[in-house]
Ligand binder design. Structure first.
Ligand SMILES: *Cc1c(COP(=O)(O)O)cnc(C)c1O
Length: 438
């Protein structure tokens, strides 16, 4: 049973705005002309999509250029290598034909490492002699599932590590149109207990579509948890409150629970402001009322959330809303990486400063975590010893289960921002060293 709220909370219909609406948005919020021009320029290269809720409820329009929420959704100057920005601007100003601009945009995108860690190509399982589209099986217990209709979002994040797919990357073709192959794969691989439905954002699908993808999994005894990776709680919490099929969605979650399975909503919250509106609080309450558990994760990104107070506030707000802080990720080497990256030394310090302020129940969070080709590597801390300073690292997840939980060390470095920037300590065991070799 789900309760109706007395007043429809911001009961507007979802509508997305893209690059064509930049001028309208600029007029509406009185954006500085130079800022507007920068957004229009960068939106040639980076995906841009926003909606009424993000514009009205999340962004502070009094100082947009300093606002973390504005930086989170509006591409802007400084996000691309300077010479690329200047070359593109010169070309656009010169009134170059669109074919010329397209070619320059393609060149710039290719230089932004559009496929970090080979996410889409690796880990695609072969079953009955052929690759299974829309599936990735990297860690023994968990399969990633990409439904075709879930390959967009209610709004795009400027730091998205899957940005390339939103600007027309052909890897989208490999998403799964329906769960038939997934179902067969799971029945033949009972070791898989978790299916992580991801995208894009599966919550852009109608409830009927989502039901079509989830229902066939309910009869598979070895499947215990259906995880749904989503940014919708931050960008369109109306999905669970006032959309035409919100009630049906909550009943679908209840149906999963009634079948003896768990729904885990893997919520992407980047900033505490995303947890402040009455709509998101109501959305979280409704999701929990179905028996689903909400776990929260996000990367640490410069200019948006790279300070301890922001994380402490966010984790406390998550806990207060009945959600579980889960992972703090390290930003991947892709897209506007130089703008968003945070050195590991700083990330781990921010993590610990925030972590120390938490009640034990919020210390479920792990991080900072690098999701690398061999596995998820946690930076546990920095140690001073007679031989100097080291990072303590640990495999939180590994393709090879024998490596899970194993600690190892790397030389301390103030600028390293990814595993590939680190020099492993001399005493790192051979099996770990081999797994981590590029
Ligand atoms: C993070 C991740 C998972 C889930 O790992 P958990 O530690 O169980 O949350 C599964 N598959 C891939 C590819 C991942 O990156």
């Amino acid at each position: 049973m789900t309760l109706m709220v007395d007043q429809p909370v911001a009961g507007t219909r979802f509508r997305a705005f893209g690059p064509r609406q930049i001028d309208d948005i600029a007029r509406r919020y009185g954006l500085d002309p130079d800022l507007r021009a920068g957004i229009a320029l960068l939106a040639h290269v980076l995906p841009f999509r926003v909606n009424e809720y993000v514009l009205n409820e999340l962004i502070d329009w009094s100082r947009p250029e300093e606002d973390p929420m504005f930086r989170l959704v509006f591409p802007q100057r400084g996000m691309l290598p300077e010479r690329d920005e200047r070359a593109l601007e010169a070309l656009v100003r010169s009134g170059a034909p669109s074919s010329g601009i397209r070619a320059e945009v393609a060149r710039i995108r290719a230089g932004l490492n559009p496929h970090p860690s080979g996410q889409r190509e690796y880990n695609v399982p072969v079953h009955d002699g052929e690759k299974v589209p829309g599936l990735q099986h990297k860690y023994r217990e968990t399969v990633l599932y990409f439904p075709t209709q879930g390959q967009s979002c209610h709004s795009f994040c400027t730091y998205c590590f899957r940005w390339a797919q939103f600007v027309g990357d052909p890897s989208l073709r490999f998403a799964a149109p329906n769960p038939d192959r997934l179902g067969r794969y799971l029945r033949d691989h009972p070791v898989v207990s978790d299916v992580l439905v991801t995208g894009g954002d599966p919550m852009v699908m109608s409830t009927e579509r989502l039901r079509g993808h989830l229902e066939p999994l309910l009869g598979i005894p070895s499947v215990n948890t259906l995880r749904i990776g989503t940014k919708s709680l931050a960008y369109w919490p109306q999905r669970f409150v006032s959309d035409a099929d919100s009630e049906a969605l909550l009943r679908l979650f209840e149906q999963v629970a009634a079948a003896g399975k768990q729904v885990a909503v893997m919520a992407h919250f980047t900033h505490p402001r995303e947890l402040r509106s009455t709509v998101v609080t109501e959305a979280l309450r409704r999701i929990r009322s179905t028996g689903a558990v909400v776990y929260c994760q996000a990367p640490m990104v410069a200019h948006v959330n790279d300070d301890a107070d922001t994380w402490a506030q966010m984790w406390k707000a998550e806990l207060a809303a009945g959600a579980v802080p889960y992972y703090m990720f390290v930003e991947r080497d892709t897209g506007p990486y130089d703008y968003f990256k945070v050195p590991l030394a700083r990330a781990v310090e921010i993590f610990h400063t925030a972590y120390r302020t938490l009640p034990g129940l919020a210390r479920t969070v792990r991080g900072p975590v690098m999701s690398t080709t061999p596995g998820k590597v946690v930076v546990d801390g920095v140690e001073n010893h007679s031989g100097g300073r080291s990072f303590h690292l640990r495999m939180a997840q590994a393709r090879n289960p024998a490596l899970v939980g194993r600690p190892f060390r790397a030389h301390y470095d103030t600028t390293a921002a990814w595993l590939s920037d680190l020099r492993l300590a001399e005493d790192v065991p051979q099996d770990i060293r081999e797994a981590l070799r590029p």
